[in-house]
Design a protein around this ligand. Structure first.
Ligand SMILES: Cc1cc2nc3c(=O)[nH]c(=O)nc-3n(C[C@H](O)[C@H](O)[C@H](O)COP(=O)(O)OP(=O)(O)OC[C@H]3O[C@@H](n4cnc5c(N)ncnc54)[C@H](O)[C@@H]3O)c2cc1C
Ligand code: HEM
Length: 392
């Protein structure tokens, strides 16, 4: 609990912390990794280099200065963080590590401005936020553990089958080594995966690309030319090899209702959207499904889309867009004109996933076409960040 004086001190010093946020975060991670090397494998090195994740953590602490006055909004906003943490198995005893190193970084960067009283106020704020996250994460761990087929910590799975879906995307069906059932998840969610490559422990997230079936999970991985884990999956991992999975999580899930739905994906961004579309159709909803790929060779899940078209001829409209070739409904990219043409007329709800540029342009176009912000849903395959469109 912050005292009134501490609240006042936080409000007064927040602008200075905000101004030096980048320097603080640049200092924070090296400091933490040198003092506590055991937490380093949890963090994706490429996200560190790009600066996206470091900024995300520190920005969340800063955003909490205002958010704490609205507990319901705070819980909702922190949902994305809780999901990321749960899918990585983050534990309460790791919070003091982050707190200590964040405070040390703030102290180093702001120097004498951080009097003992100011430091105590920020520590108290961090501890309040940490307690909130620990509580929300504890509830999620407990709920998942108690779900039929759930587990606690990591569970070993083996690759039951492998399927090449397109030139660069390969699906892996993962079945538990203990042969017991696996818990359901919400279509659209992802799973945390841990494996060891050349003696190095690494974690990644992959969307669950199929509907839940109680026996196995399917992930579909795009081979990145320089990617550590994706290349390992494509070039080394085979049927029978093992990985460890953490609980499924994620907030890009179907919002209940009867609105017509537009899904739009670019490349491997299709992985969360395909099961969501399938699920929506099974619930009786109308779905328009735009998928953009480089060309016919790079288009994944053609058979599954065809099967949905055959099963739901009245309610499912699928449109294929290729950048090149002549094997699609449109050649080029999804643009405002195309969206205007396919956007359902009756209060549509839109889900879109793809590279940052793809999502930014769709978000902008959909906003211009009158789709309000709370009906535009998207997810980054990396640290979350805004798309830069004014709230519409
Ligand atoms: C919620 C969520 C869901 C996701 N779902 C999926 C999914 O369904 N399918 C999927 O394929 N991915 C998905 N991802 C992305 C996935 O987690 C990995 O980030 C992705 O597989 C790349 O990991 P990697 O280890 O292969 O690449 P990393 O080693 O982490 O590299 C990341 C990128 O940086 C580039 N890079 C790395 N090193 C260099 C270098 N030295 N020089 C130049 N470039 C370099 C790589 O080419 C790659 O593009 C998801 C991510 C999130 C957060
Ligand atoms: C109050 C404390 C914390 C806050 C405010 C916080 C905030 C965040 C935020 C905003 C993200 C990005 C979420 C996204 O991608 O959308 C994140 C991701 C992450 N957090 Fe935390 N976090 C805290 C504590 C911790 C702790 C204690 C650990 C464990 C050491 C941790 C490990 C991670 C990891 C590994 C990621 C994903 C990093 C990646 O993508 O490479 N966090 N956190």
């Amino acid at each position: 609990m912050l005292t009134y004086a501490q609240e006042h001190m936080i409000e007064a010093t927040a602008p200075v912390v905000a101004q030096h946020l980048d320097s603080i975060t640049q200092r924070f991670y090296p400091l933490m990794f040198s003092r506590y090397p055991e937490v380093k494998p949890l963090f994706n090195e490429v996200h560190q280099q790009s600066g996206g994740q470091p900024r995300a953590l520190a920005s969340a602490v800063l955003a909490y200065v205002q958010l704490r006055h609205d507990p319901a909004k705070a819980r909702a906003t922190l949902g994305v963080v809780v999901s990321k943490h749960v899918s990585l198995g983050i534990q309460p005893d790791q919070y003091p590590i982050v707190g200590e190193c964040l405070m040390a970084a703030i102290g180093e960067v702001l120097g004498d401005a951080v009097t003992p009283a100011v430091a105590d106020a920020w520590k108290a704020l961090y501890n309040e936020l940490a307690a909130l996250l620990i509580n929300l994460e504890h509830k999620r761990y407990l709920e998942f553990e108690q779900r039929p087929g759930g587990w606690s910590g990591t569970r070993r799975f083996k690759i039951a089958s492998v399927k090449q879906e397109s030139a660069l995307i390969r699906s892996f069906v993962l079945a538990p080594e203990d042969g017991q059932p696996v818990a359901d998840y919400e279509p659209g969610q992802y799973i945390g995966l841990h494996l060891t490559i050349n003696g190095e422990s690494v974690y990644r997230h992959y969307s669950l690309s199929d509907l839940p079936n109680n026996r196995s999970y399917r992930i579909s991985i795009k081979r990145e030319e320089q990617g550590l884990v994706s290349r390992h999956f494509h070039d080394v991992m085979q049927q029978g090899d093992s990985v460890e999975l953490l609980p499924p999580a994620g907030d890009l899930t179907l919002v209940e209702g009867d609105e017509t739905l537009l899904f739009a994906s670019g490349g491997v961004g299709q992985t969360p959207l395909l099961p969501m579309a399938s699920h929506a159709l099974a619930l009786g909803r109308e779905v328009t499904y735009l998928h953009a790929a480089l060309d016919a060779n790079h288009e994944a899940f053609k058979n599954e889309i065809e099967a949905l078209k055959a099963k739901y001829p009245q309610r499912f409209k699928a449109i294929r867009i290729h950048e090149r070739g002549n094997a699609a409904d449109h050649i080029g990219r999804i643009d405002r004109e195309m969206l205007a043409h396919y956007l359902p007329k009756r209060s549509p709800r839109c889900y879109f996933v793809g590279p940052q540029g793809f999502m930014t342009s769709l978000d902008l176009a959909l906003a211009e076409l009158g789709v309000e912000a709370d009906r535009r849903h998207f997810e980054h395959f990396g640290p979350s960040r805004p798309l830069g469109v004014a709230q519409a």
